[in-house]
Design a protein around this ligand. Sequence first.
Ligand SMILES: NC(=O)c1ccc[n+]([C@@H]2O[C@H](COP(=O)([O-])OP(=O)(O)OC[C@H]3O[C@@H](n4cnc5c(N)ncnc54)[C@H](OP(=O)(O)O)[C@@H]3O)[C@@H](O)[C@H]2O)c1
Length: 257
Amino acid sequence: MSRLKVLLLGGTTEASALAERIAEDERFEGTLSLAGVTLSPKVSPLEVRTGGFGGAEGLAADLQQHEIDALVDATHPFAAVISANAATAAATVSVPCIAVCRPPWEEAPGDCWIRVPDMPSAAAALGPAPRTVFLTIGRKDLAPFRAAPQHRYVVRSVDPPPQGLLPDGAVFIAARGPFALEDEERLLRDHGIETIVTKNSGGEATVAKLTAARRRGLPVVMVNRPPAAGPAVPTVDDAWDWLVARHEETASARRGV
Ligand SMILES: NC(=O)c1ccc[n+]([C@@H]2O[C@H](COP(=O)([O-])OP(=O)(O)OC[C@H]3O[C@@H](n4cnc5c(N)ncnc54)[C@H](OP(=O)(O)O)[C@@H]3O)[C@@H](O)[C@H]2O)c1
């Protein structure tokens, strides 16, 4: 049987789910690519390669070198650089490419969201008066909050931020989702949180903090997503259908049909 060689750009729950499906289906041969930013990533059933490709050019060369038939960008909605590189590289070497991009969260009745375009605007939106702020933005983008030291911060991310990036006096919590609503409510209460700052990542695993904020009447500073780089589907099922269609196409082409 002719197998479709898939390069899966990962680092998300969607990538893990797709990796499972690819590994279990003999029509596909997959490699999962990770940036290498998480200290102990989830174990994958696929072969894993780790680290950057060296920009769009490097990724294009990798696609050619490994004779990849299809590229799936299942990176995070805020991983804008790799997504742009994936779209460019795939177009350069004519490899079909799709992104899996989960829908953003939407404001519900009772929510009080302040939407901002980026992290410096999020820090500015906290205002001059001291507040106790829950930062659930990962560990890369903390610098604007270091520059607003009037606030007291509780920072949560999977791994600790690099030395010197945590705002002075911040409480750090190392945790990986999914997070349960009751735990999020307890965290907001125990730390006396007054405002949450989050990226609009979407998805179920980390949505409970928004429900908890609504229940407590807390404002949420919501950082909007960067624009999508290329064609995208919202779910793992859609990405799977796309892969199956690519397999059928490729198999027909190889049979000369
Ligand atoms: N940003 C977030 O909020 C967030 C949240 C959860 C998980 N993640 C995951 O963490 C990783 C890094 O995110 P980021 O926001 O730092 O990405 P980014 O800014 O878009 O990418 C920075 C560089 O990291 C390398 N890279 C990123 N993802 C890669 C992958 N899957 N495989 C190989 N190289 C990769 C690329 O290096 P080269 O140019 O050298 O190829 C890329 O140019 C992503 O895989 C993403 O899915 C990100």
